[in-house]
Each structure stands twice: as C-alpha cells, then as structure tokens.
Design a protein around this ligand. Structure first.
Ligand SMILES: [Zn+2]
Length: 236
C-alpha cells in the first residue's frame, strides 16, 4: 500500500499554508509598489535619506514575506517529481527578494541626476539590501512530499525501536514535537491530538519525537525486557 506511506498535508495545514502564501504575496506586492515609488521619487541627491529609509522598509517587508513563504512550504510542500516547480516554489522567496531591489539598483547606478557620492551610498545600500533579501528568502533545506514521507518512515522506525507505538502518539497544536505519553511535562494540561506520527506530521508540517518521552519509553522498554529475561529464567 504505497498510498498510505505518502505524506499528505492535512486540510488545516493546507489552509494555514494558503494563508501564509497570501501574506507573502501581499507583502511582495507592497514591496514592489514601494520600490517603484522609490525609483520614481527618491533617486536624487536631496532625497538620499528618504531613499535609505525606503530601502530599509522594503527589506523588512521582503524579509517577512520570504519567511511566510518558506513556512507555507514546510506545511504544504510540493513534490520533487516536477523539478521546475519544485525549484520555483522553494526559491520564490529568494527570487522575489532580489526582484524587490534589482530594478532599483540598476536605476541608481544608471541615473544621470545624482552625484557620485549619492550613487555610491544609495547603490551600496540597495545592493546590500538586495543580497540580504535574496539570501534570507532562499531555501537551503527544501521540504518535499518525498522527503517528508521518507522522514516519517524513519521516525516510525526510531520510535518503534524504543517501544513507542507509532500509531498512538500525542501532540499539542503549538510546537513541532510529538509525545509518547499524554502526561509528558511539555503537553500536560494542553488540548491534545492523538494519532499516528504521520498524522502529527501532516498537521504540523514537521514533527519530531520529544526527547523526554523518548528517554522515558527507552527506559520503560529496557525494564520490560529485563523483566522478560527474569521471567524466562524463573520459568526455566
Ligand atoms: Zn514528551
């Protein structure tokens, strides 16, 4: 049954991802409008300070857009089967980060209306902002349906090896961990979901075993094994 092994983002995760994508796109639109206005109005010796302020503001918006975009891809990743789509979806934050400044950088360096000093200061500021927006928007650890499916499989094995039932774990809405015990100190008193490791991953975009629960379960399964040995010895 290969179907059941494949990661499928939960409807809630998809909805949150859609919301984050919308935020990112709105941010990029605002940043682009800001850039166009800055190019039209602020590339002059008299408005250098206003231009720097605009660059910082656009960088902040591009930064948050990139973060929302990357978060959405963690919650609802694409498949690696279509390599072009996989690349574009994961690196759109970097592409848009650069696009929020590239026309401005070109406009500054090709402007005939500003002094050499203004050109150097504004050009450097815009270039640094472009680099920062590009790097912060880049995805260096791209999620994919295939990667998530594989990681869930590995988590299942790791959990089973310390005696955890991979189909009976607990998690709260916040955080990115799942727990073997519903009375674990980290989730005590919180509203909990119960299900498989795969389901917790599909809701959160990523899910790792709580270290406290792992230790507790490893200890419990050791005790159990020991008791089994003793019982066997006693019987024999
Ligand atoms: Zn725990």
């Amino acid at each position: 049954m290969p179907e059941t092994r494949t990661f499928v983002a939960s409807p809630e995760a998809k909805a949150t991802a859609r919301k984050f994508r919308t935020y990112a796109i709105i941010g990029w639109v605002v940043a682009m409008i800001g850039q166009v206005l800055a190019i039209m109005k602020l590339i002059s010796d008299e408005t250098l300070i206003a231009l720097i302020v605009a660059i910082v503001a656009i960088l902040a918006i591009a930064f948050f857009s990139g973060r929302f975009w990357k978060k959405s891809n963690k919650l609802d990743p694409t498949s690696e089967k279509n390599q072009l789509r996989f690349f574009l979806q994961n690196q759109l934050g970097a592409i848009m980060g650069v696009m929020c400044f590239l026309p401005m950088v070109i406009s500054i360096f090709t402007s005939n209306n500003i002094s050499g000093k203004t050109k150097a200061i504004a050009g450097t500021a815009a270039s640094v902002a472009m680099t920062a927006a590009g790097i912060s928007g880049a995805e260096f650890d791209a999620a994919s349906i295939e990667k998530y499916s594989k990681e869930i499989e590995e988590q299942n094995k790791a959990a089973s090896s310390v005696g955890i039932n991979a189909n009976n774990v607990f998690w709260s809405k916040a955080g990115n961990k799942y727990h073997a015990y519903n009375d674990c100190q980290y989730i005590k008193g919180k509203a909990l979901s119960n299900g498989s490791i795969k389901e917790s991953w599909e809701q959160k975009g990523i899910s790792e075993l709580c270290k406290v629960c792992r230790k507790r379960s490893a200890k419990a399964s050791k005790v159990k094994a020991k008791a089994g040995e003793m019982l066997e010895e006693a019987v024999n």
